[in-house]
Design a protein around this ligand. Structure first.
Ligand code: ACO
Length: 213
């Protein structure tokens, strides 16, 4: 496999890869925001904006010229979570609001910017490996390459919203620690029904971070 920065000429191919493979992500699967193979405009807008930061990595199977996996990495700036919470009020899509509402609330409370006294954080936002390439350590290598990218760009803090147990394992293996962990099944609607009925083994969402002096 060849690991490299995702150039703008491959943005569409990455979106195609995510359309097929990212709907397995536990939070998405529990609320049904994106379905396999079908365009998902709100999330794809978020993916494209992240790729435009120029720090995202792809693993390509050279023999087949096929994208095996991606890590979409972006810069998070102080104040953006508050801004995103405001923007969320104008978004009607309930599934999108449920996913990003949870991530925003947890991150707002955690406030890693104040904790580590930084104005920007390198964020591994979307980690996705093609289902036929999973379990071979590709996500681990994408994380390692992302860290090299964060170092190259002089970031001091790296974080990820690890919504999958597998991402949590990857991040832990790369020296990340848990900043905050929440149990999906604790969130209930007014009727007492689970909002995030995630399937085992994905029972927690963990914000994980690492300092990279
Ligand atoms: N069953 C049990 N364990 C698994 C499985 C599985 N199906 N898949 C991976 N793992 C474990 C591995 O054993 C490894 O743990 P270990 O170090 O203890 O051995 C760890 O998870 C990572 O394995 P990798 O092979 O590096 O991971 P992979 O290349 O398969 O990619 C990923 C993992 C990206 C989570 C993949 O399953 C995927 O694309 N899932 C759908 C999308 C998703 O959930 N993305 C992550 C959301 S969080 C975020 O985006 C920041």
């Amino acid at each position: 496999l060849d690991y490299s920065i995702i150039p703008p000429s491959r943005f569409n191919a990455v979106i195609e890869h995510l359309r097929v493979n990212f709907p397995d992500e536990p939070l998405n699967a529990s609320v049904g925001l994106c379905l396999h193979g079908i365009p998902c405009p709100l999330l794809e807008h978020h993916d494209l904006k992240t790729m435009q930061d120029g720090m995202s990595i792809m693993a390509v199977d050279k023999e087949k010229n096929k994208i095996a996996g991606v890590a979409l990495n972006g810069t998070s700036k102080r104040g953006e979570t508050e801004q995103s919470i405001e923007e969320m009020k104008t978004i009607e899509n309930l599934e999108y609001r449920r996913i990003f509402g949870l991530l925003n609330d947890v991150n707002l409370e955690l406030d890693l910017f104040s904790k580590y006294n930084v104005d920007k954080i390198f964020e591994v936002r979307i980690l996705s490996v093609d289902s036929s390439y999973r379990g071979k350590g590709i996500a681990k290598e994408l994380f390692a390459q992302s860290e090299a990218m964060a170092r190259k760009n002089a970031f001091k803090v790296m974080k990820t919203d690890a919504t999958s147990l597998f991402t949590q394992k990857v991040a832990e293996s790369q020296g990340f620690w848990v900043e905050k962990s929440v149990n999906y099944h604790d969130y209930k609607d007014e009727q007492g029904k689970k909002i995030y009925d995630t399937r085992p083994p994905h029972l927690h969402y963990k914000v994980m971070a690492k300092l990279i002096e």
